[in-house]
Design a protein around this ligand. Sequence first.
Ligand SMILES: Cc1cc2nc3c(=O)[nH]c(=O)nc-3n(C[C@H](O)[C@H](O)[C@H](O)COP(=O)(O)O)c2cc1C
Length: 186
Amino acid sequence: MVKIGIITGSTRDARVNIQVAEWVKSIADKRTDAEYELVDIKKYNLPQFNEPVPAILSTDYQAPEAKVWSEKISELDGFVFVTAEYNKGVTSGLKDAIDYLYPEWNNKAAGIVGYGSTLGVTAANNLRSILSVPKVAVVGTQPGLSLFTDFEDMRTFNPAPFHEDTINTMLGEVVAWSTALKTIRN
Ligand SMILES: Cc1cc2nc3c(=O)[nH]c(=O)nc-3n(C[C@H](O)[C@H](O)[C@H](O)COP(=O)(O)O)c2cc1C
């Protein structure tokens, strides 16, 4: 059975991100097709990226936090990224978390759940582009949540019920591609 990490995409103390990530995890936990785990980038305390060599060249990480992060991502076969939208892109915390690693991401699959005033679509598409370089295959179904209709006062997450179906469609695609890609990793 493949292992799928549900990765948070915002690290600020006042983030709504964790509410969305926990909701995705609660839907995933009703399924029996994979092992799902919440992977909160905030808990890894990654410093602002300052490695002397990019991970594509060396995984001898200088930051001790990066070694712990590397071990976690290495364990996983696929991912669901829950992304906020900051100035039409992903947060710097998520970008650094991706940039730290390279082989740990390679030949794995991912889904993206976005949220924002325009469903996080621009950030999600930005993330698709970013993930293409470390060879993460992003599935087609891309759930998007509205700050205006899926949150109360833009703070308290209260999603419309229909989103659960879209999340399940996305999870099915991530499990299928994660299972397939596992066969080409050694
Ligand atoms: C620096 C910054 C930039 C933002 N830019 C956008 C944006 O481009 N599009 C958007 O829909 N929301 C934008 N927002 C609003 C965020 O979607 C909203 O604050 C959301 O709660 C952020 O997610 P978080 O609480 O999990 O950090 C921005 C918020 C911040 C703090």
